[in-house]
Design a protein around this ligand. Structure first.
Ligand code: DC
Length: 219
């Protein structure tokens, strides 16, 4: 690979998004949120009322899928059939459906090309669940961010402006998503053998980014 790829994997709420965005700015490269792709699939499953658990119906749906990342002012926005859907994919329902449907090998295979296509042409920080293990096994640097469930739930809760859920529900949903993501057969959430794990439970995001930058600069 001629481009420099950095992968940040880990469970929801571990600080991946803020860390990856800050890191990409410091390294002057693009940031790619691969969770958005899985959320995009879930969004269209919901919109089109697809029976995704049926492989035949899922395959037909995926054949016609038209998800794309488009660069706007240096940042990727997600388009589906040419429409910007970035604003529609951040709901707890879509998160849960993305977690469930992403266990399907057909879904994962359909999204692989989009991710590798971006990496071919530019340096990038990729955030996800299987970046270091499956999508970019040869990445220059791999990090796995973790944090205690309670801390992660509190962070997610604090991000919700008009709290439609209580903290306990957020924690329960997160725990369910953890189980889905860690336990699935295909590309489960786990650190690559050569990934560096950082526990962000008691660190600020700036401290996490500093740690990562130090590792990159000293390698
Ligand atoms: O990162 P996120 O919370 O937006 O991701 C939503 C779901 O998508 C997550 O629960 C599991 C799935 N996902 C995945 O399977 N592989 C990725 N690389 C990114 C996300």
């Amino acid at each position: 690979m001629d481009t420099r790829i950095i992968t940040i994997d880990g469970p929801a709420g571990a600080g991946k998004t803020t860390t990856s965005k800050m890191l990409s700015k410091k390294l002057n490269c693009v940031y790619v949120d691969t969770g958005a792709l899985y959320r995009g699939v879930a969004y269209e499953i919901q919109q089109q009322n697809i029976q995704w658990e049926n492989d035949e119906k899922l395959a037909h749906f995926l054949k016609n899928l038209d998800l794309q990342f488009v660069l706007q002012k240096g940042e990727f926005v997600l388009q589906s059939y040419g429409q910007d859907i970035t604003g529609f994919i951040r709901t707890p329902e879509i998160a849960m459906l993305a977690s469930a449907s992403s266990a399907k090998p057909l879904v994962r295979a359909a999204l692989l090309g989009i991710q590798r296509g971006i990496a071919k042409i530019q340096d990038a920080v990729f955030e996800g669940r299987d970046m270091g293990t499956v999508v970019f096994p040869d990445a220059a640097f791999k990090f796995f961010l973790v944090a205690d469930l309670f801390v992660r739930a509190q962070r997610r809760f604090d991000e919700m402006p008009e709290a439609k859920r209580n903290l306990e529900t957020v924690e329960q949903e997160m725990s369910r998503r953890d189980t889905n993501d860690y336990k699935r057969k295909e590309a489960p959430l786990k650190p690559a053998q050569d990934a560096i794990t950082i526990d962000s439970s008691h660190l600020t995001i700036e401290e996490v980014v500093q740690k990562i930058i130090k590792i990159i600069e000293n390698t």
